[in-house]
Design a protein around this ligand. Structure first.
Ligand code: FPP
Ligand code: MG
Length: 320
């Protein structure tokens, strides 16, 4: 992973891993349940935050790590709850908490991670601006998920699709960059530019995620192929295929029947492949990556952009 080597010189990545691990070790039950989930994450959110926070060299790493850890914990909490909603069986290559321990326990584990994140924030005196930004993030995550839940097996317009991916993914990456800028004491315009970078990065990230859901390798993504479609989430490859495929009716019927089997997923993949949907999604994702790079503020230390550019390249080229 190239972006990791770009960050290694500025950020103690092992320290981040230690902090994340430490956050779930207070309770033996939580530790046992969460340890398999901890490994295998890309750490994109804390790394974005840390990369942006490096714009201020005087800011001590001790002050950054708790918030970086909190961002990863909030992400983990949201995944634990998301897997309940999606009835997902696999996450990061291992069995999901809901599959292994049931949904009741999974709700509580998600809540625990969420509470632990806010404990770290409160104990490290980040101030009311940081708390308000985090609260808005969680609200948006929830609204994005509610929106998704209410439109299971419904074909969204392009606009509805973008609203959803903005709320559930792009806003999070944008928030990580914003918080990095706030912590580094950058000026308003620079913070907004970093946030815009994060937003476009997030849109590209989710479009690639939606492609990987159909065309990724299970061993690399750690998730079952076709999981979105099976749980009723209609994403960009389908939206595009429905627009131009001469087998659009078949695809519509698969979605309408609501009980989607593995052979339905394979048929959907075949129909998507017959169209230009893969290329269409990639072109859109690439456009967001280009916008993200254009948004990088030229006024901040060039070495920050030297870390953020490889992150953008990773997002478009990733296979996991
Ligand atoms: C994964 O999406 C899930 C999210 C991006 C957000 C989930 C948010 C919530 C459940 C709201 C509650 C939040 C907290 C902090 C408790 P996906 O299903 O497209 O991705 P996947 O394929 O990795 O599952
Ligand atoms: Mg999911």
């Amino acid at each position: 992973m190239d972006f990791v080597s770009a960050l290694e010189t500025k950020i103690n990545l092992q320290e981040l891993e230690n902090c994340i691990e430490q956050a779930v070790t207070e309770d033996k039950f939580i530790q046992e349940i969460c340890t398999p989930l901890i490994s295998g994450g890309k750490r994109l959110r804390p790394l974005l935050f840390l990369a942006c926070s490096c714009a201020n060299k005087n800011f001590s790493p001790d002050k950054k790590m708790p918030l970086a850890t909190a961002l990863e914990l909030i992400h983990m909490a949201s995944l634990v709850h998301d897997d309940i909603l999606d009835n997902a069986q696999k996450r990061r290559g291992v069995e999901t908490i809901n599959s292994m321990h049931g949904s009741q326990i999974a709700v509580l584990v998600g809540d625990y991670l969420f509470a632990k994140a806010f404990q770290l924030v409160a104990e490290n005196n980040y101030g009311s601006e940081v708390s308000a930004v985090l609260a808005k993030l969680i609200r948006n995550l929830c609204i994005g998920e509610i929106m998704q839940d209410r439109s299971f097996f419904v074909i969204p317009t392009l606009e509805e699709y973008y609203t959803r991916i903005n709320l559930k993914t792009a806003f999070f990456l944008s928030t990580c960059c914003r918080l990095g800028g706030i912590i580094a004491n950058l000026d308003k315009a620079e913070i907004e530019n970093l946030a815009a970078y994060g937003n476009n990065l997030g849109l590209a990230f989710q479009i690639i995620d939606d492609l990987l859901d159909f065309f990724g390798e299970e061993k690399l993504t750690g998730k079952a192929v076709g999981g979105d479609l099976k749980s009723g989430v209609v994403t960009l490859p389908i939206i595009r295929a429905l627009e131009i495929s001469n087998r659009a009716e078949t695809l519509k019927n698969i979605i309408a029947q609501k009980k989607i089997t593995c052979s339905d997923v394979n048929l959907a993949i075949e129909i998507i492949r017959e169209t230009d949907a893969i290329e269409y999604c990639r072109t859109r994702a690439e456009a967001h990556i280009a916008l993200a790079k254009n948004n990088l503020p030229v006024t901040i230390d060039a070495t920050i952009n030297n870390s953020l550019n490889p992150i953008a390249d990773f997002v478009i080229n990733r296979n996991r």
